[in-house]
Design a protein around this ligand. Structure first.
Ligand SMILES: [Zn+2]
Length: 171
């Protein structure tokens, strides 16, 4: 059986029941919109690229280059809750090429900037750390001190999105 709150399964029981209660009362959407009243305007792949590169240049200048940065409407959020891991090995001709790509689910096009920031920081941290280990989260917090709180809020957003189909209206 699927967990009632699949995106929040690893959080404390009291947090989960708080969110479940808001969900049951149809108040989770307004809870999110109250916490995050505005959405970002980073709508095109090119805007996303500039956004990612300015964060990378600021925090991870020495890290490997990124060959492709784009929004991807194919990313199925249930299986890859937080974006696709960014390391792709591909055979080109006879050579195995390792390329860093960052694909952000299109579900983050119309969200508060904090959510996009968190997803991008997560993917940038994978340039250095492939696993979700201590060093990985330390790097995330270095780029975004509030990382853990925002990851929780992103998971709440995904929960509400599945529940009601939309959370933030374009404005
Ligand atoms: Zn990851």
């Amino acid at each position: 059986m699927q967990h009632p709150l699949p995106y929040l399964a690893h959080y404390a029981e009291n947090l989960q029941s708080e969110i479940q209660k808001l969900l049951d009362q149809n108040k989770l959407g307004s809870w999110l919109r109250h916490r995050y009243p505005t959405t970002h305007k980073i709508a095109k792949d090119n805007d996303l690229r500039n956004y990612v590169m300015s964060l990378k240049n600021h925090y991870l200048k020495q890290s490997q280059p990124i060959s492709k940065i784009k929004y991807d409407s194919e990313i199925h959020i249930v299986n890859h809750a937080l974006g696709l891991h960014s390391y792709v090995s591909r055979v080109q001709g006879k050579k195995l090429k390792n390329k860093n790509e960052i694909r952000v689910s299109s579900l983050f096009k119309n969200t508060p900037e904090a959510f996009l920031n968190m997803i991008v920081v997560h993917e940038l941290a994978h340039l250095r750390e492939k696993e979700h280990n201590k060093a990985f989260y330390k790097l995330c917090q270095y780029m975004l001190p509030d990382y853990h709180q925002i990851e929780f809020d992103v998971r709440v957003y995904l929960t509400e999105l599945e529940h009601s189909g939309s959370v933030f209206t374009a404005c």
